[in-house]
Design a protein around this ligand. Structure first.
Ligand code: FEO
Length: 380
């Protein structure tokens, strides 16, 4: 059940949705009880309510995650099925009361590992905190070996195909999704992956995007994004006002490529921040290119660095390049914005006005230093 959202292009007023998304709900009819797992974003509520028209009784509604896109339609579902109980973690209960004013007596809270019999089917609730809020859990349907994972393993894709049929497309969308909301919590998510390891999972049914009939594909991808070392790659995020910083960027990119280092370059005046987040999953080094304006970094550069700091990628090195007119505190300002990044800062290259031979030589040296650091760490 649920809704395919073909038209949305921005989530949380922040995250680009180039391929739309879907809000997946699942109805499980056991021999004795019927349960609805999650709902849809409130603007799509009519669609879910129409799908429920032929369903005379729902005994339980499960909220895996209190965010609106999964739980926002629960009040309408409970109004239609007043005898239904709402199942959640205790933390989710508190949030759902705060966000949706659902009465406390509607809830049954479950412990980690608790089971619920639907007659011939058994649901096991598994806490999975920080995917990507603290209250999240997933549900394992024991008889059918299906994991209902909500945001975990999700991807923002609108499609009429229920099952994954193009792994390349889903890999990219799932990686983008991981980068945007999961990456900051990857240490906890690693523990959640370990917790799921003993389960025999034949299918993963997430809350966004397509269902995985071959879960190994997405489980392997998550392990790689979380546990794998960064690649021999630089993410170069930059903005330029009068081409001086751009000349420096072009020179550095050529110097890095010459030394065998891959580069993903993002012009912050036009970039898709989701694509930038995705590149950060693998980047060993971040280079920020910015002119100095109003005595500090360009606001686009500050925005991107703020975002990178919040996303906490496994990046190991960082540097700053750019042109200034007469002075300023660009390096100090940016350096003060990255407390979450466990990076070694490599010698910045700032030049006054247009870059000349000395600046280009310093950029060559920076490229050599980056290449050397990547080699020393066996990043490939
Ligand atoms: Fe898809 Fe965190 O909501």
């Amino acid at each position: 059940m649920g809704s395919v959202d073909w038209d949305s292009r921005l989530f949380d007023s922040l995250i680009p949705l180039p391929d739309g998304t879907s809000y997946n709900a699942y109805l499980i009819e056991g021999s004795e009880k019927t349960v609805l797992l999650d709902t849809v974003d409130p603007p799509m509520a009519d669609e879910l309510m129409a799908q429920l028209e032929g369903i005379p009784r729902i005994d339980y509604v499960v909220s895996h995650h209190a965010e609106q896109d999964h739980s926002g339609t629960i009040p309408r579902v409970l109004a239609r099925y007043p005898d239904a109980k709402l199942i959640s973690t205790p933390k989710a209960k508190a949030m759902l009361i705060d966000f949706l004013q659902i009465p406390g007596e509607s809830f049954i809270t479950v412990e980690d590992g608790e089971t619920l019999s639907l007659g011939d089917k058994t649901l096991k609730f598994i806490y999975a905190p920080w995917v990507h809020w603290p209250e999240t859990m997933v549900t394992y349907l024991e008889e059918d070996k299906i994991l209902f994972s909500c945001d975990f393993f999700g991807s923002h894709i609108a499609t009429s195909d229920l099952l994954v049929n193009d792994e390349g497309r889903v890999y990219e969308a799932a990686k983008r999704y991981f980068a945007e909301i999961m990456m900051p919590f990857r240490c906890v998510i690693k523990k959640n992956l370990e917790k799921l390891a003993p389960y025999d999972i034949e299918m993963i049914a997430p809350g966004h995007g397509q269902i995985f009939p071959d879960p190994a594909f997405i489980l392997d991808a998550y392990r790689d994004w979380i546990l794998g070392p960064p690649g021999n790659m630089v993410v170069l995020l930059y903005v330029s006002m009068h081409e001086s910083t751009k000349q420096m960027v072009d020179h550095l990119v050529a110097a890095l490529v010459e030394r065998g280092v891959r580069v993903e370059q993002f012009n912050l005046a036009v970039t898709d921040i989701g694509k930038l987040a995705m590149a950060l999953v693998d980047a060993a080094t971040i280079v920020v290119g910015t002119p100095t304006i109003l005595a500090g970094p360009h606001p686009y550069a500050a925005y991107a660095v703020f975002l990178a700091n919040a996303l906490r990628p496994k990046t190991r090195f960082l540097s700053i390049i750019g042109s200034y007119g007469w002075g300023g505190k660009t390096v100090e300002t940016l350096a003060g914005m990255i407390p979450n990044l466990k990076v070694e800062v490599l010698e910045p290259v700032l030049c006054k006005g247009v870059p000349l031979q000395e600046a280009f030589k310093a950029l060559d040296d920076l490229a050599s230093a980056i290449s050397q650091k990547h080699k020393e760490n066996d990043f490939v």
